[in-house]
Structures are given as structure tokens and as C-alpha cells.
Design a protein around this ligand. Structure first.
Ligand SMILES: NC(=O)C1=CN([C@@H]2O[C@H](COP(=O)(O)OP(=O)(O)OC[C@H]3O[C@@H](n4cnc5c(N)ncnc54)[C@H](OP(=O)(O)O)[C@@H]3O)[C@@H](O)[C@H]2O)C=CC1
Length: 344
């Protein structure tokens, strides 16, 4: 069995070829389709989703325990979401026999699999330009949204604006990731702007939202990051995703933005109706939602409007960690990355 540290996982993820990313995207899409198919069927369910246990730790952080299975691989993710900082924990993958395939540090996998889930739709939306991207946040999630958008739409993206409350995390992001992306994608203009260091921040947000084709929201905000009127002042079809708010009291986009497309795309209807502050605030009903797995299974246009905004809300499921963890363990095995230990 293989043990992958966070360093090993980052090493693999940062060196993925476009082809490998597309393979992982396909595997993720197939698994999400399987999940959605099961939700619609009356047959007994084999995928144990989107169940999760929330444990409040003695430091008042949340530890999530997320079991999942695609019936070939079974896994469990145990991860703590600290008040400040990225998710930390481990993903375990076992075979149908019970043999352990491996264990991975979950931090980077979590950010990657969430961004990749957003990309399952981003990559298929053709009526929306991808020239101007605006991101809210400055953590691992933002970094992976940007990396994957550039990998999947390298000739379309021209401007990326990253907006954050504080300056220090932006400085870190510039140093850790954006500096090398500037060299790798010289045609792309990257701007990192914080509220803390920018006196006219709100005006700048307004201007960039009016230009934006794509809006990635990646913060645990408890109130909308921008008002819908900032988008409405310059109407055009946009791709808007929100992955940061994962509890009922959290909200990254307001109700008007949420409802500004046709149906709202979600990773899981059940999970989003229970957990997404945006959906709960807007009192959204199941028939206003389109599950991404249903759309991907149809492999084409049904369910996707050819005009207007595409809004995608994702709260995350263990099945995403499982399929990506298995894929990464296979890549690691082939590339002799990680530590092999005897199965117990
Ligand atoms: N949907 C899913 O499947 C998953 C979602 N998540 C969630 O995604 C979000 C981003 O994750 P990650 O990048 O790892 O997180 P980080 O903690 O690394 O980054 C969070 C970012 O959000 C900003 N932020 C924090 N609070 C607020 C607020 N109240 N208003 C506006 N901005 C705020 C922080 O700004 P500053 O630098 O100023 O502090 C920081 O830039 C988190 O909420 C996380 O829980 C995580 C895993 C999976």
C-alpha cells in the first residue's frame, strides 16, 4: 500500500499533463453521473453519499468524516476544517477485498477535487467566453480553480483578477503560485487586490465584475461577496461558481445572482439543499436544481441553457475524494512516488 504525504500529492498534481487532468476529469464526471443515476433510481443504493458526520472538536473546529464507495473502491475521508486555513486530514482507499490501496494527505486533494468538479461544467460551457476571470479568496481552492481553468482553456483566458480581504495571503499566493504561472502563461494578466491595501476596493470590484465572464467564489463568507447589481449593470452570460460556503449560515452569492441563470447546477441536490446557505436563504426547491451528474450523463445540451448565466453550487462529497485519490495513487504507483509499506 502507498502512503502519499502532502508534498507527494502536490508533486503529482503540479506535474499533471493536460491529458492526465482530462482523464481525472472524465473519471470524476463518470462517478458523479453514477451518483446522480442512483439518486433517480428506485433500486437499493450502492454509493453511500452524500452522508457525512460533522464533529465539533474541542477547539471548535469542524471535523468531517465522509465515507464513500463506487463499489470498486471504497474510501473514507477524515478532514478538519480549521477556523482559518485549509482543510487538513487524510483519505483512505480500499479495494473490494478490503485490501488497503493507500492513504493520502487530504489537504491538496480536497482543493483539487473541488476545483475539478467545477471544471466538469466550466469545460463544457461553450456560450460563455472565458476571457476575464475574477476569483474571490486566496487559499488552495482559488489556486486550483486558476490552475485548472488555465490548463483547460489556455487560449481563452486573458485576465485573472484575484480579490481578497487581507493582503498577506495574497502575497503568499503570489510567491507560491502566481509568480510561476506568470512565466508559464505570459499572455495572461494576473492582478491580486486586497480590501486591506486598496482604498477604492469596492469600485474596483464593481468594475471587474462588470467585465467578468467567469466568477469563482472560494471563501467561507457569511454574507454575499458582491451584489447582483454589479453584474446586472453589464449584462452578458457568465459562469458563476460558489464552493466556499458549506454551512447554512454561510453565503457567497446573493439570491438574485443564485437565480440569475436557469436551473442552478449543484453537485448533490440533497447535500446542497441541506447545507448551502445560498439555497436555504433563497428557499430553493429541488425542481430548481440540476445535478451535475445528470447533466454529464446526458453528455450534451439537455438542461444547459444556451443563453444566460450558468450558476454552479458545490458543497463537496466524499465520492469526489475517492475517485481522485484512487487516480492519484495509480499515478504515484506508476511514477514510483510515495512510500510503499506492507499491507496489514
Ligand atoms: N465545496 C467544497 O467541497 C469545499 C469547500 N471548502 C471551502 O472552500 C473555502 C476556501 O477553501 P480554502 O481555499 O482551502 O480556504 P482558505 O482558508 O485557505 O482561504 C479562505 C479564503 O477566504 C477568505 N475569507 C475568509 N473568511 C472570509 C469572509 N468572511 N469574507 C470574505 N473572505 C473570507 C480568506 O481571506 P483572508 O486571507 O483575508 O483571511 C481566504 O482568502 C473554505 O470556505 C472551505 O471551507 C473546502 C473544501 C471543500
Amino acid at each position: 500500500m502507498l502512503i502519499l504525504t502532502n508534498h507527494d500529492v502536490s508533486n503529482i498534481l503540479l506535474n499533471l499533463s493536460s491529458e492526465q487532468v482530462r482523464q481525472l476529469l472524465n473519471s470524476l464526471g463518470k462517478t458523479l453521473s453514477l451518483y446522480s443515476k442512483e439518486q433517480l433510481s428506485n433500486e437499493p443504493k450502492c454509493l453511500h453519499q452524500p452522508h457525512r458526520s460533522n464533529i465539533v472538536t474541542k477547539h471548535n473546529d469542524t471535523t468531517l468524516v465522509m465515507p464513500s464507495s463506487d463499489t470498486t473502491n471504497t474510501g473514507v475521508k477524515i478532514v478538519t476544517l480549521p477556523h482559518n486555513g485549509s482543510a487538513t486530514g487524510a483519505n483512505l482507499v480500499i479495494e473490494p477485498t478490503g485490501a488497503v490501496v493507500g492513504m493520502l494527505n487530504a489537504a491538496e486533494v480536497t482543493a483539487f477535487r473541488t476545483a475539478l468538479t467545477i471544471m466538469t461544467l466550466f469545460a463544457r460551457v461553450t456560450h460563455i467566453h472565458k476571457k476575464n476571470i475574477i476569483c474571490f479568496g486566496s487559499g488552495r481552492q482559488v489556486e486550483w480553480h486558476i490552475r485548472l481553468a488555465l490548463l483547460l482553456a489556455p487560449t481563452e483566458v486573458q485576465n485573472i483578477v484575484i480579490l481578497n480581504r487581507g493582503q498577506s495571503r495574497l502575497d503568499q499566493l503570489e510567491k507560491d503560485a502566481i509568480a510561476s504561472l506568470r512565466t508559464r502563461y505570459p499572455q495572461v494578466d494576473f492582478r491580486l487586490v486586497s480590501r486591506e491595501a486598496t482604498p477604492d476596493f469596492d469600485a474596483l470590484v464593481q468594475l471587474n465584475l462588470s467585465l467578468a465572464d467567469v466568477v469563482f467564489c472560494c471563501t467561507p463568507s457569511t454574507e454575499p461577496l458582491f451584489p447582483f447589481r454589479d453584474l446586472a449593470s453589464s449584462p452578458k452570460p457568465r459562469f458563476i461558481s460558489a464552493i466556499g460556503s458549506y454551512k447554512p449560515h454561510m453565503q457567497e452569492i446573493d439570491t438574485e445572482t443564485l437565480l440569475s441563470g436557469g436551473k442552478i447546477f449543484v453537485d448533490s441536490k440533497d447535500a446542497c439543499l441541506q447545507e448551502s446557505g445560498e439555497l436555504i436563504t433563497a428557499n430553493v426547491k429541488p425542481d430548481q436544481l440540476a445535478e451535475i451528474g445528470e447533466f454529464l450523463a446526458s453528455d450534451g445540451s439537455p438542461g444547459i441553457p444556451s443563453t444566460g448565466n450558468i450558476v454552479f453550487k458545490c458543497v463537496g462529497m466524499g465520492i469526489m475524494d475517492l475517485v481522485i485519490s484512487r487516480g492519484l495513487l495509480d499515478i504515484a504507483d506508476e511514477a514510483a512516488i510515495g512510500q510503499t509499506v506492507a499491507r496489514f
